[in-house]
Design a protein. Structure first.
Length: 94
C-alpha cells in the first residue's frame, strides 16, 4: 500500500518496519512519516502532521515507478526460474 500511496501523491504514514523505513527514507529526505508500530498517539500526531505538510509528490511517484511490475516483473521471474533450476539440479545430484 505504501507504493500505491506514493504513486497517487498521498501523504504517507507507516510503522517503523525496516522495509518501510528503507523505502521512505532516502538521501533527499523522508517521503513519509515513520512511527513506532503499535503506538497510537504518535500515529495520530504523525497523521495530522502529514496532512498539514506538503507531500513530495514527484519524488514519491518516481520511487513508486521503480517498483512497477513491468520493470521488476522480469527480475522476479528470473529469480523464480533460477530457484527452480537450482532445485532441479539438487534433485539430480542429491
Amino acid at each position: 500500500m505504501l507504493l500505491e500511496a506514493l504513486a497517487s501523491g498521498a501523504a504517507v504514514v507507516a510503522s517503523d518496519l525496516p522495509a518501510f523505513v528503507e523505502l521512505l527514507r532516502d538521501d533527499q529526505g523522508p517521503l513519509g512519516r515513520i512511527v513506532e508500530a503499535g503506538a497510537a498517539q504518535p500515529l495520530g500526531h504523525a497523521v495530522l502532521r502529514a496532512l498539514a505538510e506538503p507531500v513530495p509528490v514527484a519524488r514519491g511517484r518516481a520511487l513508486a515507478a521503480e517498483y512497477d511490475w513491468e520493470r521488476i516483473g522480469p527480475a522476479v521471474l528470473e529469480t523464480y526460474e533460477d530457484a527452480l533450476t537450482l532445485r532441479a539440479a539438487g534433485r539430480r545430484t542429491g
